[in-house]
Write a protein that binds this ligand. Sequence first.
Ligand SMILES: C[S@@+](CC[C@H](N)C(=O)[O-])C[C@H]1O[C@@H](n2cnc3c(N)ncnc32)[C@H](O)[C@@H]1O
Length: 326
Amino acid sequence: MEASRLAVRVPRTRAEEVRRMLLRQGLYDGSRSIVESGDSVLMPVLGYPQIGFEVVEADLPASKRPRPVSMRAAFDIVGDIAVLNDMDLSPEKAHELALEIVGRHRRVRTVLQKTAEVSGEERVASYRVVYGEADTETVHRESGCLFKLDVARTFFSPRLSGERLRVASQVGEGETVLDMFAGVGPFSIIIARRNPSATVYAVEKNPAAFKYLCENIELNKLRGRVKPFQGDAAQTVPALDTNFNRIIMNLPHSSTKYLPAAVEKAAEKATIHLYVVEDRKTPGSARQAVESSLRNLQIVGERTVKEVSPKALMRVYDIKVGGSSL
Ligand SMILES: C[S@@+](CC[C@H](N)C(=O)[O-])C[C@H]1O[C@@H](n2cnc3c(N)ncnc32)[C@H](O)[C@@H]1O
């Protein structure tokens, strides 16, 4: 289905609840309008949310209004920390929202406001404290696993939870998996927990993220099942002692640069999940990288994971090595 025509069919009574959920996941498409359809509404989405409602194709009209305020004021909750994503919020408005969030979410003890977008090789953002203690370390629970992390020193996005489950559910019996840009370990750990016969190699360069990756392996009792390697994937991956049935490349701004190293280590019929940031109107960077590979690669699936900015989307390409389809 074409991503620009996707919608979820939601009972009218649950419309507002679902809209907020989609906003939090970064999957609500504010450029198109919601349309009523009997007892339901068709709500525009950018990808396939894992929320249990039917996804359909629909020609929804363009939205006449600017993006809703709640979209700009969207927040994420990581463990007991809430993060306001709108860097333009005034200190007064940010504080007002913080009080509202703390009132609604009992677990939240600190509210941060983003002051600089995720950037640099380590993909870390900057924050200021709006409410509560200036302690940015927390423990987040996702899909039955625990993730200790420092919001200000490591990358972590709860908006990728659906995507992590999608990948974890594809893992087959006895697979050896490579998580090339593992961060604090969410793909690696969820895959290992849900697939007891799988072994995961997790590579991470940022020393702070690597420290939490190692702690999270222990926290989730996965010693030996998830093998951590600290270093740059460009050098670390070629030195690994095995080939892989599945390779996860979640470094969307520069993943294609590492595709040759991944392909080199891919077993025959392996699947590579390549995450990229693409211009909404002119996608194509992933296709170019796939077409210039020395091995026979075939794109067997592609989808939008979330909106990165009004112009850019994070997308994933599922690539089969060896040319046969899934
Ligand atoms: C977008 S984050 C994804 C982290 C994790 N997969 C997740 O879903 O939370 C990318 C991670 O790759 C790490 N990284 C960046 N360049 C790297 C490289 N050349 N080799 C290994 N890790 C790298 C960053 O430090 C960061 O933790």
